[in-house]
Design a protein. Structure first.
Length: 310
């Protein structure tokens, strides 16, 4: 899936070209890996996952794109530190327009039943991608600068934070309109991420198209910005703010998983606490709690200026 790795000359202020506009972030270590249909670029302590597409600019989720994103996340995970974050952006007018139904139809050889099987295959592949985001040991931010429909909206919602441009784009769960039932993990993801039952009802049972400002009011996203550039810049500012906290990535991922126990259950994610309980002995009881407090203690030794609230 990897096409090439490009080393980028380090600068104090690095200009980053994403979707034909520039943003700026400080950094010394810059590397870009080019995958099929996406890239991963590390600028300082911020990873930029960019959906580059195949010329159609819809970033339809097919096996190739899903595998490439998973590879990019695996690379980011292998390079993660106490001070990293990931921002996902997309080129063109779409963040993602959902599953690649045209691919399923084309690859089926004209067989309707085979096309359905291929769609189910993509649904299962995407489930693993959602699990990768939920277990990634760093904060994640989706900078949605275009339409996010169906699985494209779910891709955005798999991040910790969702920022969106007012200039262009809607959130749209189209399944009720196209006659596609939701797999269990999708329903659980919606329940886990969308607090208000009436909002979930309107999104899933009415197929409403939600613009950025309304999405903030409904609790679907965290913030709305005037245009594409400001949306990504907002993501960078948020990432830098989170990076300054110097959190332990593994602890961060465990706490994230503990927030969504039902989702982790259907995704097949096992928390560290459950692993300790299953495989540990009596002396390891409560190991995850001890681990967290030891991590906190060691971090405080290295940063005496940090305030502690008990």
């Amino acid at each position: 899936m990897i096409e090439k790795i490009v080393e980028v000359a380090p600068r104090d202020i690095a200009s980053i070209q994403i979707n034909r506009f520039s943003i700026y972030t400080s950094g010394k270590e810059n590397k870009k890996t080019v995958y099929d249909m996406c890239t991963l670029e590390k600028r300082g302590n911020v990873f930029f996952l960019t959906l580059t597409g195949d010329g159609r600019d819809e970033h339809r989720l097919n096996p190739t794109l899903i595998a490439s994103i998973r590879s990019a996340l695996s690379e980011a995970k292998s390079q993660s530190t106490h001070s990293t974050a990931l921002i996902t952006v997309a080129e063109g007018k779409f963040f993602s327009n959902g599953f690649d139904l045209a691919w399923a139809k084309s690859a089926s050889g004209g067989s309707p039943s085979e096309a359905v099987n291929l769609l189910f295959h993509m649904v299962e592949l995407f489930k693993d991608l959602v699990a990768d985001f939920i277990s990634l040991p760093m904060p994640t931010i989706a900078a949605v600068t275009g339409h996010a429909a169906a699985a494209g909206q779910l891709l955005a919602m798999s991040h910790d934070y969702v920022l969106m441009s007012r200039h262009r784009g809607v959130l749209y769960m189209s399944e009720v309109d196209i006659g596609m039932a939701l797999p269990e993990y999708v329903s659980v993801l919606m329940r886990s991420k969308v607090a208000k039952p009436n909002v979930r009802r309107d999104v899933l049972l009415r197929g409403v198209k939600v613009k950025a400002e309304e999405a903030v009011a409904k609790g679907l996203i965290d913030a709305a910005y005037d245009n594409r550039e400001k949306t990504v810049e907002g993501g960078v500012r948020l990432a830098e703010e989170l990076i300054k906290r110097k959190w332990d990535g593994e602890v961060y991922a465990e706490i994230r998983k503990s927030l969504y126990p039902e989702l982790c259950g259907v995704l097949g994610l096992i928390s560290r606490e459950k692993l300790d309980s299953k495989f540990g002995d009596g002396n390891r009881k409560g190991g995850i709690v001890i681990f967290i407090f030891i991590s906190l203690f060691l971090s405080l030794l290295g940063d005496t200026s940090r305030d502690v609230i008990v």
